[in-house]
Design a protein around this ligand. Sequence first.
Ligand code: NAD
Length: 350
Amino acid sequence: MKICVLPGDGIGPEITAQAVRVLKALGLKMDMEEALLGGCAVDAAGDPYPEATRKLAQAADAVLLGAVGGPQWDDNPRELRPERGLLGIRKHLGLFANLRPAMLYPELANASTLKPEVVAGLDILIVRELTGDIYFGQPRGIEIRNGEKVGFNTMIYSETEIRRIAKVAFEAARRRSKKVCSVDKMNVLECTQLWRDVVTSIAPEYPDVELSHMLVDNAAMQLVRNPKQFDVMVTGNMFGDILSDEASMLTGSIGMLPSASLDANNKGLYEPCHGSAPDIAGKGIANPLATILSAAMMLRHTFGMDEAAQRIENAVKKVLAQGYRTGDIFESGMKKVGTREMGDAVLAAL
Ligand code: NAD
């Protein structure tokens, strides 16, 4: 098992260190090597996704990533911004399927801004297409037309791209509550009319899964009105970017949510849903659980080790039940801990 570890920027190194401790504690035969991605790579190598990192990531079975970015790089030219490293590695490794579970632990029901009865028992999986759509479409740019600047991007999807992500969603639904809701904007965008047509054409291959369609504006509304109606939601890159953040906030803490980005052979990049949290970086108070749960997703999706994944997930449930809380999920009466202490608690629970 070859794992490439990319701690990244901000709180990234602090939280990945705890996930690495947890992985090591399982006693599995793993080869873990670290490399640079994001702002730290710009500073050290003048490239947010340097050649050495490319090689390591390419050779690995899975990549464990902290987060990238920070205000010190915000004014860099676009090609020297940390996010370029993130988009670069996703594209390079062909990671087209982003899986983001949004589930609410009963112990954290009060952390949500929604009423507990609306979110209690929430368990949604958002499947977002990650390598196409308006984020990559050409042409794109800012240019002068008729004496003024215009900005433009291209929303584009091929049948192949839509088909492969839809299949990931149907397959995932088979292992869950067997419902897929495909999200588009077919009433105004031709690109997403094709999306709906292709998703619909695949549905007969999965007669055990119920398919529905929803326009993205309605989906955004339904997610806060009645989120428990959803099981698996599948959508394009841009809509998925927004809806998955919305879904993650239903749970109250972005510090709890893992994610997986997979290629066609289940090679994957695993990372927490949150960013590099520059406001708390270096303070030892960041919540490492999203990264630890991302390591569990890695064991399940890339290495097919369900039991080991479950051990980590159970350990996380246990520390929450024991009352351990980092600042982002703290409630009075609970035991407030920092990043490393939370790692210690998970190790003890393991
Ligand atoms: P963020 O997720 O980093 O932080 C938002 C808020 O949540 C902050 O108050 C932060 O302190 C808190 N938070 C986030 N993760 C936490 C954790 N594990 N424990 C406790 N609190 C946590 O989002 P942002 O502030 O919009 O972005 C900060 C930087 O991160 C930017 O440079 C942005 O580009 C980058 N970013 C990177 C990724 C990624 O690497 N995948 C994703 C999103 C944002």
